[in-house]
Write a protein that binds this ligand. Structure first.
Ligand code: COA
Length: 181
């Protein structure tokens, strides 16, 4: 299989449908990205909604995931950012993005992200980033998310965090029904 960006393939799988080998590769790639501790990824992986794998043939070079956090955790994030009225209990968390160092800057994240967006459809989602993470901190390049409120510190991390959200109303409307596309 040629390692050409046109040959990239991304698949979206529930954790229970992944082989042990795929899950192990997922954990290793996320740990190598340096943004999440390995033991936490290993612990939370079975509770994720889906894992998203990008690669050539059987070689996985980029991953991401979607989690369904507890409502209280979502509220905590939006309160920390100073926008509690925007908190949406149905918001899913996009996390654990990591691309193998040798393949960065070639559009692997873009490929992985595009499959993620197709999967999410109209559902609200959010992500948290470390403000100091230069590879994702440039908001002028951001098309998908709005920056929610102010960057903040929280007991969930020793780093300054930034909350980003998409498909969220400025004020959560509980009477709105979810649409799945
Ligand atoms: C961040 C990471 C996943 C990017 O992967 P990648 O495959 O190198 O990214 P891509 O090649 O698809 O490029 C992404 C594109 O999105 C753009 N982009 C979109 N939003 C961006 C943002 N908020 N900040 C910076 N770039 C952004 C980039 O400029 C780039 O566009 P370009 O090709 O025109 O320069 C990768 O650097 C990585 O694994 N880093 C370590 C782990 C990490 O930081 N994960 C993110 C945790 S939130």
């Amino acid at each position: 299989m040629t390692e050409n960006i046109e040959n990239l393939r991304t698949i979206v799988l529930r954790p229970q449908d992944c082989s042990e080998k795929m899950k192990e590769k997922f954990v290793q790639l996320v740990a190598a990205g340096g943004e999440a501790e390995e033991h936490r990824v290993r612990y939370s992986l079975p509770y994720s909604e889906v894992l998203i794998f990008t690669g050539f043939g059987n070689t996985i070079i980029g991953v991401g995931a979607l989690l369904r956090p507890k409502t209280i955790y979502i509220q905590h994030l939006f309160e920390c950012a100073g926008e509690p009225q925007m908190s949406n209990p149905y918001s899913i968390e996009s996390c654990w993005l990591s691309v193998s160092e040798a393949y960065r800057g070639k559009g692997v994240w873009r490929h992985n992200n595009s499959a993620k967006l197709d999967y999410i459809g109209d559902r609200p989602y959010h992500t948290i980033r470390r403000v100091a993470n230069k590879s994702v901190a440039d908001l002028s390049k951001e098309q998908e998310y709005v920056h929610v409120g102010k960057d903040f510190f929280s007991p969930i991390s020793k780093h300054k965090l930034r909350l980003m959200a998409a498909n969220h109303d400025p004020v959560f409307d509980p009477s709105k029904k979810l649409r799945y596309s």
